[in-house]
Design a protein around this ligand. Sequence first.
Ligand SMILES: Nc1ncnc2c1ncn2[C@@H]1O[C@H](COP(=O)(O)OP(=O)(O)OP(=O)(O)O)[C@@H](O)[C@H]1O
Length: 384
Amino acid sequence: MIRLDRVSKRYPDGTVAVQELTLEVGRGELVVLVGPSGCGKTTTMKMVNRLVEPTGGRIVVDGVDVTDADPVALRRGIGYVIQNVGLFPHRTIEENIAVVPELVGWPRKRRHERARELMELVGLDPAVHGKRYPHELSGGQRQRVGVARALAVDPPVLLMDEPFSAVDPVVRSQLQDEFLRLQDDVRKTILFVTHDIEEAVRLGDRIAVFKQGGRLEQFDTPAAILGAPATDFVADFVGADRGLKRLSVTAITSADLEHPPVVKADDDLAAAGAALGDERWAVVLDGDGGLAGWVGHDMLTGAGKVRDHARRMEAWVELDDSLKVAFAEMLQWNAGWIAVLDDDDRYVGVLTPATLHAALRRSVEAEAKDVARAEVVLETVQNA
Ligand SMILES: Nc1ncnc2c1ncn2[C@@H]1O[C@H](COP(=O)(O)OP(=O)(O)OP(=O)(O)O)[C@@H](O)[C@H]1O
């Protein structure tokens, strides 16, 4: 969808901002450009909508060489969101969102409806915010307007230059969550610039790490960049805590799970006690395979059914949740294990701190060896 082929930019004063950059963003993909200040991220982005002209190479957007395109028409087909939004101070929020629809001649009613629809999409109330002016909104709300405005004529491509950097960390995190939900819906092809590796890891399908002088150091998935940095520069840039960061981009798979004994809520206590053998506790399931709780061996004495003695299980996650979510749940509930459920809320196994750690190690090795995670045999104290 967006292809940069050996693109370079040398500014008239001789500064080389970008050097022979080759990069491709697939349709519906979100690629994050990340790197230290002055490494050429913004220059790269601005060459895509021709706010900056490349001095070498080719840029193709949706099959069209951008150097052949009329810059004004090109920019209308590419949404652009920048850090301080650049809203018109004397126009209402609704008018600001409808700027491009107005330029391309949409009738008033259609503009009005589109602006309202977009406000709802980005979490603003059209009745409350539509008639306000930019200075009457919070920083986070203004950023939402910036996103809504960029989406106004439904362009297939979005360029976003540090769109969430001007707000505090709490609002930023909220905007990132909302933005991910929105992208799930609209599936735009997005080039996103940030200097914040946490943001890159959270949002990117793939991340391009730049070094000063506009050189591309690594272009890969967040998991690969964190798990196997290609150079010392990348390792340094992603930080010594990259193992921890990796928790958030590694999903739980069924191969990671442990399988303690399972008893049914309807079982007689005595039968359940026998099923446990020497194990200290068991997972309790209801008739549909859903999680009903847990029981300890010492709770299985006397008459009655398991359900009368089972404890509720508060800590559970879903397959495909990240290991970070699982770890956070364990800490939150002070739990030594948590249940893992599938899409239909059926129990599939448990995670413990040890299996969680093993899953993380296996995912790193799987990435390095390019094999499935389930195939990795970890070296342990026992088998070393
Ligand atoms: N118009 C210009 N003329 C000359 N040099 C420029 C111009 N614009 C940018 N540069 C230089 O090009 C290099 C790359 O700048 P660019 O803005 O692309 O970096 P960046 O990675 O986006 O940085 P930041 O994260 O600080 O925004 C820098 O050395 C910058 O000083």
